[in-house]
Each structure stands twice: as C-alpha cells, then as structure tokens.
Design a protein. Structure first.
Lengths: 351, 219
C-alpha cells in the first residue's frame, strides 16, 4: 500500500496485517485457556486448522498469480483458520479441520476474489458447511479434561487420536448446555428440570463445560473484545447491538415462560454469543459500512440467533444468523447510505 | 457435412445446454444428487428433445409466429406425457425414483430454447441431429454433476444403476467409502459442483486458446 503524500491526509501506519495481529492478540487469552481446558487434542486441532488454512491461502494465491514476497504476511488466512478452530469441537479428527480450512479459504474467500471481496464470513461458512455435512462429528462434544490433570490424553496419544480419528471414550463425551436442553425438551423435559441437571458451570462464563473453545471462557472473550474496541479495531455498535438483540427477547421470553425459554444469562454465556458478537459479526469485510446499518445488522444477528436457538432444530444458531445477515449487508448498505452534503436535505430524497 | 459437425460440437461442448447456455438449471440442480438419477433424467430429456425438435421443425411453416410459444409448449407437453406414461408402464422401478421430475421436463427451458432458437428455423434433419447432440451434451453434464456430487456426498458411484439400465449394468455400481459430506447431496452441493465444472470448462478453453496462439505464432 502506498502512503498518501499530499496535505490533508495522514497515515497512522496501519495495515491489514496490523489489524489481524491485534485481533489474534485479543484471541490469545481465550485460546490458551481453551488449550488448558481441553488439553492436547485442542492444541493439535488448532495447529492443523491454522496451518492448513495458511497452506490453502498460499496455494490459492499462487494459482491466481497473486503470490509475492509478502504472501501470507497479512495474516488474514491464519486468523480465519484460528476463528474456525475456536468453533470446532476440540476433539475433532484432522480431516474436519482440513476440509473446514479448504471451505473457508478456497471457497468462501478466494472463489469470491480473495481478501476483502468475500460477502460471507469465511470461518462461519466453513463451520456451517461442516455442521451440515458431518452432523455426527460436529456435535461430538467432550467434557473438559485439563492439561496436567491426567484425565485427557498426552501429546502423542492425542496426535494419534487426531490422525486416526479413533472414537471418543463415552466417559468423556458430554453435551453443551444448548444441546442438552434441546434434547431434553424433545423428550418432554422442560427447562426448569433440564437446566439445573446440567450443572451451574454453563452460565458462569468461565467455561468449565463441554463446547468449542469459542463457547467457553466467555469472560476472556469479552475482555479481548473490549481490548479491540479500545484499540479502535472494531466499533462498539455491532457487539452491543448483537448482545442486545439476543438478550432483550431472551429476557422477555424467559420472564413470561421460564419453563420453555432460557434466561439471558444462559444465552450470553453458554453458547458462542461472545465470540460471535465481538469477533465474528464485527468482521470488517462482511459487516455494513454505516453506524445505522451496523446497529440494524447487529440487532438482527442477535435476534435471529435467539430465534434459531429457541425454535429451530439446531441447538446453536449463531453461525446461521451471521450468514443470513451477511447476505443482507448490501441491502442494508443501500438503504442506510448517508446523505451527501448539499443534496436532498429538504425533501429527504437523494437528489 | 460440416453443418452436422458444427451442430454436434455445439451441443456437446461449445454451446452445451448446461455448461454453455446455463439453461435447464432446475433439473441440473434438483435431480443430480446421484449419477444414475442424472443419467435417467438426461436420457428422458434427450428423447423429448429429439422428438420435439423434429416435430417443431416439421410444422415450422404452419405455425403463426405470434402464437408459436404456446404451440411449442403444447407439443413438448404432449411428448413429455408420452415419456411419462411409457416410463410408468415399462420402467416402473425407475419411474418411482424419477417420476416427480419427469413431468417437469415440460418446463425445462432448454427444450423450449432449442425449439425457439434452432428447430423453428432449421431443416428437419438438422433439427433432429441438434436435438440429439443437445440431449447427449445435457446428459453428459448431468452425469458429470451427479457423479461428483454422489462420490463426495455419499461415497458411491452409479448406485442403483441396474434399476435404470437393467441387471447387466450392476457392475457400474461402485462403493468407494463410507459416509461423505452430506452438503454435496443437498442443494448447495449442486451449485458448488456446477460452479466448479463451469470454471474447469473455461480453464480448459483458455488453456487451449493460449496453446492455439502459441502454435499460430510458431508456425
């Protein structure tokens, strides 16, 4: 990128790579916490997802003739892989990670023209494609088996498990809270019974429960998100709107009918709400350009994920909500276009 | 003779109904979850296409141009009904799989497209050959899309082919692996595979053009 030289322009030295590095820095605490909680399988899975995402990026750039000395330097592929890794079940086999990276980088990003051209969030496209393609593997959650506690496999054992996709011992499998209450509801057990039976860990935001790394450690994700807002990498509009769009209907419904609707607290801390609000929905490429547009977009994502979680077949709907709203971004941008100075002030129409 | 050669080339590759004209998207997305279904639909469409091109071409001087579209549609619909009833009578097992889609051949814009853009302006023999070439090109693309989706989506190839072609073709039925990515069998898979095949076709043509340029320069 060339630095502007003429007078009123100033350049603060920012670049795509700098933004991506800040986002990675913000993701680091929750990722490390996830590594601790889920042990070696999660570490290998993260390495293989990020590694294969970078490899696919390299291949795509070379094939399309855009490779250069700064190839991969912007870190966008690594970040897409990283975000994808945070949404996968921590004990997934290697091919889930590799297929996910392929979908994210080659189909959702480069088929649309590469960095900055993709209408849909690559990590979410990959997650949804995996969830629809491999429903069994993508819903195999395990209870946390922290490092150094002796309950999980060691490094070598975890690597073998990853490469040969051996089945997870039943003693370790567990459901996420959202999945648990969905199954219980289908058996006719209402929330008043099924939420307490899951245990209190689901809603304390610390994350000692089954789920993907991005569904645990909500406080750490929140901290990372606030760091990004303070560094002005993301605006506050989208995260606040997403969380409001999720919490307000959740509170209303829970207040009216606590037996069939989860509380706002569970909606915030038990699923991917935090990761989605601060790291997924705020994606610079796939979110609207104006403040009004961002508020609308965020509210709709929050509301849609509440609707999907509460009424649809899937226990967690955040990825679907984000993709649906990604598709609406061009329309939102069109109807929230700011008035051009000197035009259309009196009659409200663009001149 | 070169007329026929051009017609064949058009139908099979250059102006292929799916890969060149991007017509007939409805069956190309809906029926291609497996190679066998694609083949069955392709063959049924080919039969209708040859007959409709022949009929349209033979009545082309009698049809007033203001009402040509309704007349073509009536002809095509009658032919499709014939195919529908024949399949139901003689290939009942296949009919149970494809039945829903056979009636939809009527609204296959590829068939009306050929009637309008080729058969209504061309000689009988040319039109019949065009119908055959277009039909075979369509069938090949349907089988190609179906094969890719079937292999990636369910790990098999030409499953139930014996139902369509008779027990002698049971050797076609392959089982490559267990499982597969469900997404490829679902609607998004159709779009992904079609996009991939179109890109491959264009890449092939671009490569051939480049080589052609090189040959021309060195000559």
């Amino acid at each position: 990128m060339t630095t502007p030289v003429h007078a009123p322009h100033a350049h603060d030295g920012g670049s795509v790579g700098r933004v991506m590095r800040l986002v990675m820095l913000a993701l680091l605490p929750v990722t490390l916490w996830g590594f601790y909680l889920f042990g070696w399988p999660a570490i290998w899975l993260w390495l293989i997802t990020v590694g294969s995402a970078m490899l696919f990026e390299l291949v795509c750039l070379r094939v399309s003739g855009r490779g250069g000395p700064t190839i991969l330097r912007d870190g966008s592929a690594a970040l897409a892989g990283w975000l994808l890794a945070l949404t996968l079940p921590p004990w997934s086999p290697w091919w889930i990670a590799v297929i996910g990276s392929f979908v994210a980088i080659c189909i959702a990003k480069h088929a649309y023209g590469g960095l900055g051209q993709n209408p849909f969030n690559p990590a979410m496209v990959a997650r949804v494609a995996l969830l629809i393609s491999f429903p069994l593997e993508m819903t195999q959650w395990v209870a946390p088996a922290p490092l150094f506690s002796g309950t999980g496999p060691d490094a070598i054992e975890a690597l073998e498990r990853l490469l040969f996709s051996s089945p997870i011992p039943d003693a370790l499998t567990s459901a996420t809270l959202l999945g648990h209450v969905k199954t219980e509801a289908s058996r006719g057990v209402d929330l008043l019974a099924s939420v307490p039976s899951f245990g209190a860990a689901a809603a304390d935001g610390i994350g000692r429960h089954a789920g993907s790394i991005g569904e645990t450690g909500s406080w750490l994700i929140l901290a990372g998100g606030l760091f990004l807002i303070s560094r002005r990498v993301i605006g506050w509009h989208v995260p606040v709107a997403v969380l409001a769009g999720l919490c307000v209907p959740a509170m209303l419904a829970h207040g009216l009918d606590p037996a069939h609707h989860l509380s706002a607290r569970h909606h915030l801390f038990a699923g991917a709400a935090m990761l989605g609000a601060f790291f997924i929905a705020t994606d610079l490429v796939t979110s609207p350009a104006t403040v009004t547009g961002r508020l609308l977009y965020g509210l709709a994502i929050g509301f849609l994920s509440w609707v999907i979680r509460s009424f649809a077949g899937f226990p967690e709907g955040f990825a679907f909500a984000v993709l649906l709203m990604n598709a609406c971004v061009p329309i939102i941008d069109r109807f929230t276009r700011p008035r051009i100075y000197g035009h259309g002030a009196t009659d409200g129409r663009a001149a | 003779m070169s007329d026929y050669r051009k017609i064949l080339r058009d139908g099979l590759w250059d102006n292929n109904m799916i890969a060149g004209q991007l017509l007939a998207m409805c069956p190309a997305m809906a029926v291609t979850a497996s190679a066998t279904n694609g083949l069955g639909m392709g063959l049924a469409t080919t039969a209708v296409l040859v007959a409709s091109n022949t009929l349209v071409s033979s009545v082309r001087h009698l049809v007033p141009s203001a009402v040509r579209i309704p007349i073509f549609i009536v002809l095509i619909a009658s032919l499709v009904t014939l195919v529908d009833l024949s399949l139901n009578a003689w290939l009942h097992e296949l009919y149970k799989v494809l039945g829903l889609f056979i009636a939809l051949i009527v609204v296959n814009c590829g068939i009306l497209g050929r009637a309008e853009s080729f058969a209504s302006k061309s000689k009988l023999a040319h039109s019949a050959v065009d119908g055959l070439a277009m039909g075979i090109g369509f069938t090949l693309m349907m089988v190609a899309i179906g094969a890719v989706r079937e292999v990636l989506g369910s790990g098999t190839l030409f499953a139930q082919a014996s139902l369509l072609l008779g027990p002698a073709f049971a050797f076609l039925e392959l089982k490559l692996f267990d499982g597969g990515a469900l997404l490829m069998v679902l609607p998004p898979g159709g779009f992904l595979v079609l996009g991939g095949l179109l890109a491959a076709k264009r890449a092939l043509e671009a490569g051939r053009q480049r080589r052609g340029v090189v040959v021309a320069q060195s000559a």
